[in-house]
Write a protein of this length. Structure first.
Length: 411
């Protein structure tokens, strides 16, 4: 029998406990949705005030040089690279995950011009599939999208495949691929690989270079805690830099943007993947958040994440076993990202009842209650308290209130 007192003792011994005070967390709220929007790092407030009041307010346009606004995409990209196992010069922060995915797909397909198949999985995050579908229509070159069995990706790989595009940690059930093994299988058949790290970066150890990855994209506002709509990032392995020709050939990716030439010439290296002017305010907030993550030991973070995951499932079994919840995703913690998902026929109203009681997770259709487990600010006792609220919501039937069944625009 797990007790709250036992978990309080775990918290007292937690080597990551001091990081909690560096986030703004509202009193009385148990925040289990950092996999969808990370909370505000306190230092970001001061940083944004400096950028607004001094760098923008006083230095004005001089800040592009004086405060190196122009170098933000590469500087921040190199910092993110340290979180995802990428050597300097291979990552830039820019645009959104969807736009970056489009850019990489459009750059990768011509590198395998004689192949017409793109492989992904049907339950990939929808925007990834939409980008493929839209690009295929735009190209009009006979490409097809093939859906692989997520448990046997290699079976869908053959000499027709140009690109394998997968999300490293599935957004629904947290299943995590063996990046090195899957990348090797794709390379063995001559295909390129694009990894979506939206639910990986900042949450689990990632080693793009060691895995031999070709390309990757990722999100800045989930586990990186960069704020709503934060810039995303993209990775291109150095060995591909000379061959990659950007389709969205923006001026910031030009070899000499301030020569104002009418003809495009790609910049050397990863800089060619930039398009437009960097969003300074949002990049500044994201940089603070990434700096904070870089202070934490990733091995300790991963160990705590797995311990939180097992604790969550154990508490559901102990306190809520009679309410019809089914856990999803791998039972092997080494194959899971830093979230847990439960399915229930009444998942949406149950989640609304939890949120109304300050236990914040989210819902994913058709029946998934999703909870992010972020080790830097989440305590073990928080899970005890969250499951106690879940038990109360189910035991009393509170979830059955009509107001909880009205679907909001964002679930």
């Amino acid at each position: 029998m797990i007790t709250r007192a036992e978990l309080a003792a775990w918290d007292a011994q937690d080597s990551l406990a001091s990081f909690r005070d560096r986030f703004h967390l509202p009193d009385g709220v148990i925040y289990l949705d950092g996999n969808s929007l990370g909370p505000l790092p306190k230092a970001a407030v001061d940083r944004l005030q400096t950028v607004v009041n001094t760098e923008w307010g006083e230095d004005l346009i001089r800040s592009w040089n004086k405060n190196d606004w122009i170098g933000q995409p590469q500087r921040l990209g190199d910092k993110i690279g340290r979180l995802i196992g990428a050597a300097p010069g291979q990552v830039v922060a820019a645009d959104s995950t969807s736009i970056n995915l489009y850019k990489l797909l459009a750059a990768a397909l011509p590198m395998r011009r004689d192949r017409k198949v793109i492989v992904s999985q049907r339950d990939n995050f929808p925007t990834d599939l939409y980008m493929v579908q839209g690009l295929m229509v735009q190209l009009g070159q006979g490409h097809t999208l093939r859906y692989a069995d997520p448990n046997d990706i290699a079976a869908s790989l053959d000499s027709d495949v140009a690109v394998l595009m997968l999300t490293h940690v599935n957004y629904r059930d947290a299943q995590m691929y063996d990046m090195a093994a899957v990348t090797k299988a794709a390379h063995d058949c001559g295909a390129l690989v694009i990894w979506d790290l939206a639910h990986s970066a900042g949450a689990v150890p990632v080693s793009l270079d060691a895995a031999g990855a070709d390309f990757a994209v990722g999100c800045g506002y989930k586990f990186l805690n960069g704020g709503p709509g934060a810039p995303a990032f993209l990775y291109v392995a150095e060995r591909h830099h000379a061959e990659v020709r950007p389709v969205l050939a923006g001026w910031m990716g030009h070899a000499a943007p301030f020569d104002f030439s009418s003809d495009y010439a790609p910049a050397p290296g990863i800089k060619r993947m930039l398009c437009g002017t960097p969003p300074v305010l949002s990049m500044s907030a994201l940089e603070v958040a990434v700096d904070l993550l870089l202070e934490a030991d990733i091995a300790a973070t991963r160990t705590k994440s797995q311990r939180l995951t097992q604790l969550f499932f154990d508490l559901v079994d102990q306190e809520c076993s009679t309410f019809g919840f089914v856990s999803t995703g791998p039972s092997d913690l080494d194959r899971r990202g830093s979230q847990v998902s439960l399915t229930h026929p009444e998942g949406y109203p149950i989640m609304q009842a939890l949120i109304d009681r300050n236990v914040i997770g989210d819902f994913r259709a058709p029946d998934i209650l999703r909870f992010g487990l972020t080790p830097l600010y989440l305590r073990y006792v928080d899970l005890w308290d969250a499951i106690a609220v879940l038990k109360e919501v189910m035991a009393t039937g509170a979830w059955d209130a009509p107001a909880y069944k009205v679907r909001a625009a964002v679930t």
